[in-house]
Design a protein around this ligand. Structure first.
Ligand SMILES: Nc1ncnc2c1ncn2[C@@H]1O[C@H](COP(=O)(O)OP(=O)(O)OP(=O)(O)O)[C@@H](O)[C@H]1O
Length: 347
């Protein structure tokens, strides 16, 4: 297993990660580039950005669950569970034993659609029992006791009886809870949550977010949470990374980024969310002009140039570097290096 010493050891550290897709009749498409992310044990990092910006691809790379035409073409994905040496996941074979020991064991994932991880033809109890027997070597009876306790912890009423239900017999919210129970069955160090509440009504969404926060405290696990909803970010994140067309354009502590976003894309995202203050002052929401270019037609310089109200000459020429702002807050924008952009305090 490739092992790498690290001075300070966050649980997960992505360094200069690039992910490309090949296609039979076109040049490779770089979907994610120069991504640096850090996630400390027990903390929550939210990845946020418009559809197609590379959130899911980044998350799936951590589990080496990318499509067959994808390759991690640069960088390292260092995973360092407490008390262990760091492993560079990017250097592991996706189906190797070390990778399988990480996937579904130290790192598990939940999705927007529970049926992507639950089998429709087995009861939820049987599916969770099997995971527990596989990962912890428990006997069937002991595994069932643990399954019932997990279903209870995720708030499924009558857990012993519900363990015998098939997924289609549960409501959307209960199915989501069953999927969370299955993801927790191996007590992971890291839970990757890919838009787990997007398909739920607001009340159930709030309940699931509360549940995840409680389970995170109980289990001491870190969360990489993918969403396009800034309200969810405000609710759950310690740190946030804003992605645009495969680049992390701004990241840092959620309070710093929300209080004073420095990248024009983050500023535009913040202006596009409704607030009570805006409504009472009858201010119009300002949608972001234009659309995200295709990754095939990525501009030479800053990817946001074509939609940026502040774009000036250097933006089209070269990609901006990372400008430190304070603490762990950084942004990639030429205006910052040239000191031309003030922090914007959103309403
Ligand atoms: N198998 C593939 N072949 C080619 N391109 C792909 C493939 N899978 C994903 N992509 C491209 O990678 C880019 C990033 O996709 P990704 O699913 O990570 O976006 P996302 O930010 O998670 O969007 P959403 O919020 O809609 O899920 C997109 O341009 C997408 O078209």
């Amino acid at each position: 297993m490739p092992q790498t010493p690290m001075a300070d050891k966050p649980l997960l550290k992505l360094e200069d990660v690039e992910i490309a897709f090949s296609s039979p009749d076109e040049a490779d498409i770089v979907a994610v580039r120069q991504v640096d992310l850090t996630l400390a044990a027990g903390k929550t990092l939210c990845l946020v950005g418009e559809s197609g910006c590379g959130k899911s691809v980044t998350a799936r790379a951590i589990l080496r669950l990318l499509d067959a035409n994808a390759v991690i073409s640069r960088g390292r994905i260092l995973f360092c569970p407490p008390g262990e040496e760091a492993v560079d996941i990017a250097a592991l074979e996706p189906n190797s034993l070390p990778m399988r020991k990480i996937r579904g064991n130290k790192v598990s994932m939940i999705f927007q659609e529970p049926m992507s991880s639950l089998s429709p033809v087995h009861t939820i109890g049987d599916q969770i029992d099997e995971m527990i027997m596989l990962h912890e070597g428990l006997k069937p009876k002991e595994a069932r006791e643990r399954t019932v306790s997990l279903l209870d912890q995720v708030g499924i009423p009558g857990p012993r009886e519900r363990a015998d239900a098939y997924p289609f017999q549960l409501s959307g919210g209960l199915r989501q809870r069953a999927m969370i129970a299955m993801a927790l069955s191996c007590t992971p160090n890291l839970l990757i949550a890919d838009e787990p509440t997007t398909a739920l009504d607001v009340t159930t969404q709030a309940q699931i977010l509360d549940l995840l926060k409680k389970l995170q405290d109980d289990y001491g696990m870190a969360m990489l949470f993918i969403t396009h909803d800034l309200g969810v970010v405000a609710e759950i994140a310690d740190d946030v990374a804003v992605m645009y067309l495969g680049d992390v354009v701004e990241q840092g502590n959620v309070f710093d980024v929300f209080r004073a976003p420095r990248h024009p894309y983050t500023q535009a995202l913040m202006r596009s969310i409704p607030t009570i203050a805006r409504k009472s002052e009858r201010q119009r929401l300002s949608p972001i002009k234009g659309t995200v270019p295709s990754a095939k037609d990525r501009p030479e310089g800053c990817a946001f140039t074509s939609r940026c109200p502040h774009a000036f000459e250097p933006c089209t020429g070269r990609q901006p570097g990372r400008t430190p702002i304070g603490g762990n807050h950084v942004a990639r924008c030429h205006l910052l290096t040239e000191d031309r952009l003030e922090a914007e305090v959103p309403a």
